[in-house]
Design a protein around this ligand. Structure first.
Ligand SMILES: [Zn+2]
Length: 66
């Protein structure tokens, strides 16, 4: 008797698009000005948005000039 492998449905995490800050619903993601797809938000020293499609990168805060 052959065993059927069940493929799990991959569930997309829903944290991506919205974030609740101080009781307000804030859209986190920007749309890429080039290809209008959603951009990924990278946190860290240089917070930035990166487009996964066309690799467009936009810095959220201007990098400090030293
Ligand atoms: Zn893009």
């Amino acid at each position: 008797m052959p065993t059927k492998k069940r493929t799990r449905k991959k569930e997309k995490k829903s944290f991506t698009y919205y974030e609740i800050t101080n009781g307000k619903l804030v859209r986190r993601l920007k749309k890429c000005p080039r290809c209008t797809s959603f951009m990924a938000h990278h946190k860290g020293e240089n917070a930035r948005y990166t487009c996964g499609k066309c690799a467009y990168t936009e810095y959220q805060t201007a990098p400090a000039i030293k």
